[in-house]
Write a protein that binds this ligand. Structure first.
Ligand code: SF4
Ligand code: SF4
Ligand code: SF4
Length: 149
């Protein structure tokens, strides 16, 4: 079933306050699993009645419930077809294998990777949201996900 089909009873409400409230609930992983380019665009879509509260795997069922409460719609579990709800994790670059291609930097939505062309790259744990977008971008498979410190 498409997610849009689950939202037909939701009354469209479009206020910046509602967007803010929804955005604050979202994990800010910026992973795109919801089908939007980031958390805020998803919050806007919900506020506009274009998306339901079940599209965010990083938020899990608790997040979906919280979003539904703010939207005033019936809570539903998050849609498992969009991805797995995982414990908070961060990316780690196996630095000895890094060829300095910069592809991971281009894939990272939050500028959590530092390094220059042909130099070893490193992930900064603090800004890394664990979105995993850098992992498939690496041509030598030297980025792994590890539990957050
Ligand atoms: S799936 Fe959730 S965490 Fe990922 S971008 Fe969408 S709202 Fe943000
Ligand atoms: S370093 Fe990788 S996992 Fe971390 S935020 Fe950037 S793209 Fe996402
Ligand atoms: S994509 Fe992989 S090889 Fe390229 S800079 Fe990033 S970690 Fe290094």
């Amino acid at each position: 079933m498409s997610l849009r089909d689950t939202t037909t009873s939701m009354a469209p409400v479009n206020t910046s306050d509602l967007i803010e409230r929804l955005d604050r609930i979202l994990p800010q992983t910026q992973c795109g699993q919801c089908g939007y380019v980031g958390c805020r665009p998803y919050a806007k879509a919900m506020a506009n009645g274009e998306a339901g509260p079940d599209r965010c795997p990083p938020g899990g069922d608790a997040g979906a419930r919280a979003l539904a409460t703010v939207l005033g719609v019936t809570p539903v579990p998050y849609d498992r077809s969009r991805g797995e709800h995982k414990p908070y994790q961060v990316a780690l670059i196996i630095e000895d294998d890094c060829i300095g291609c910069t592809k991971c930097i281009q894939a990272c939505p939050v500028d959590a990777i530092i390094g220059g062309p042909k130099f070893m790259h490193t992930v900064l744990d603090d800004p890394c949201t664990g979105c995993e977008l850098c992992v498939p971008a690496c041509p030598v498979d030297c980025i792994i996900m590890v539990p957050a410190p």
